[in-house]
Ligand binder design. Structure first.
Ligand SMILES: Cc1ncc(COP(=O)(O)O)c(C=O)c1O
Length: 380
């Protein structure tokens, strides 16, 4: 007789529908209220969310934006960065980080990452700044570390270099909202921080969204102006801006998600700890420097047997992904400032051996164990 028993439940890489099911009633109620008042652009939920986000990170000013990418553009524009300027970025990141730099006419200068944290390497940053100063083609203006996979970068070391060199420090925290170093949350670790509410991020909207965080009231006012075409309260356009606002509907969804966020982060952390327990002897599991608390956007292992593990997971119908196999300095768009293959050895190696496993707030121990059984067999 054919086997008609249902197979094991499918495993999602990021289970957005599962999380929505838990919160659905509250989301429906919040969204209904927006349709009732009809203020779809900069309605009351937008300011309410900004205040709730500021309270969550423990103070400062928050300006929400249409996306994480908009947030980077606005932050760079606010500093007057443009043609002739250099912005130091890692190449082990999503394209947006460097693409935003190019979009405002500045030059992205690629810096290698640390082999354990995958975030910007402070010693390499110093070398690259010195090289740009020596060459004299671009004016160093800013450093934009990325909290890749949710782990905050080494802001103590990177911030000290930025200060010594007179460079602006902008944190690309698209993946790390909810993370911490010591008792300071992401959003308070640099003079300016951007994050993304792309649906798959730890705090995800039901569409695009982002935010900027700063302790500087004047800078926040500039962000508010730039997200509405550079217009001030009287309507005068003081400088070029953009349409960069968060939709009221997204703010309504995010207000519900933010309430659930501390619990969601704990669920992600519990899944990460189970992965650690099961896999630490077999592959390189994510490193957390002392005091760093990741938001677990992704749980990413390193193994020379990565391709074998990936194939075994695919054969078991378990999704996994390798990020940044083509690092940014190898993309056509960034050729002008790239030193080509071999110029960022750690970044390039990570692209060959990293593998992100399913990670989300709905993962239970039994599912993590099912995934780990396959990884263990393929890695052993
Ligand atoms: C590191 C990084 N920077 C920037 C962005 C851009 O964010 P968004 O997709 O919200 O524009 C993303 C994510 O998508 C990202 O992962």
């Amino acid at each position: 007789m054919p086997d008609t028993s249902p197979g094991p439940a499918p495993i999602a890489f990021v289970d957005i529908p599962g999380q929505i099911r838990r919160l659905r009633d509250r989301i429906d109620e919040r969204v209904r209220r927006v349709f009732d008042h009809g203020q779809f652009i900069l309605g009351p939920e937008v300011r309410e969310l900004e205040e709730a986000l500021a309270a969550y990170v423990g103070g400062g000013h928050v300006v929400t934006t249409g996306s994480g990418h908009d947030a980077i553009l606005i932050a760079l524009m606010a500093e007057g960065i443009g043609p002739g300027d250099a912005v130091f970025v890692p190449a082990f990141t999503f394209v947006s980080t460097a693409e935003a730099v190019l979009a405002i006419g500045a030059a992205p200068i690629f810096v290698d990452v640390d082999e354990r944290t995958f975030t910007m390497d402070a010693a390499d940053l110093e070398r690259r700044i010195a090289a740009v100063r020596r060459a004299g083609t671009w004016r160093p203006r800013a450093v934009m570390p990325v909290d890749i996979f949710g782990l905050p970068a080494d802001y103590a070391a990177l911030g000290a270099i930025a200060e010594t060199e007179g460079l602006f420090l902008l944190s690309d925290a698209a993946q790390s909202f909810g993370g911490m170093i010591g008792n300071r949350r992401v959003g308070r670790l640099a003079p300016a921080t951007m994050t993304s509410f792309f649906p798959a991020k730890p705090l995800g909207a039901a569409g695009d969204g982002g935010a900027l965080f700063t302790d500087d009231a004047e800078r926040a006012a500039t962000y508010r102006r730039l997200r509405v075409h550079g217009q001030d309260a009287s309507g005068e356009c003081l400088s070029v801006g953009m349409t960069g606002r968060l939709d009221t509907l997204q703010a309504a969804v995010l207000l519900v998600k933010l309430e659930a966020f501390p619990d969601d982060l704990q669920r992600r952390d519990a899944a990460a700890r189970r992965y650690d327990e099961r896999l630490a002897q077999l592959v390189q599991v994510p490193h957390r420097p002392a005091g760093h608390v990741p938001a677990w956007a992704l749980y990413t292992i390193l193994s020379e047997r990565r391709d074998r593990i990936r194939a075994a997971l695919a054969a078991a119908n378990i999704p996994s992904r390798s990020y940044y196999e083509q690092a940014l300095h190898l993309h056509a768009a960034f050729r002008a400032t790239s030193e080509g293959p071999g110029s960022l050895p750690v970044t390039e190696r990570l692209g060959r051996i990293n593998l992100s496993l399913p990670m989300h707030s709905e993962l239970d121990v039994a599912t993590v164990d099912r995934i780990c059984d396959i990884v263990a067999t393929a890695a052993g």
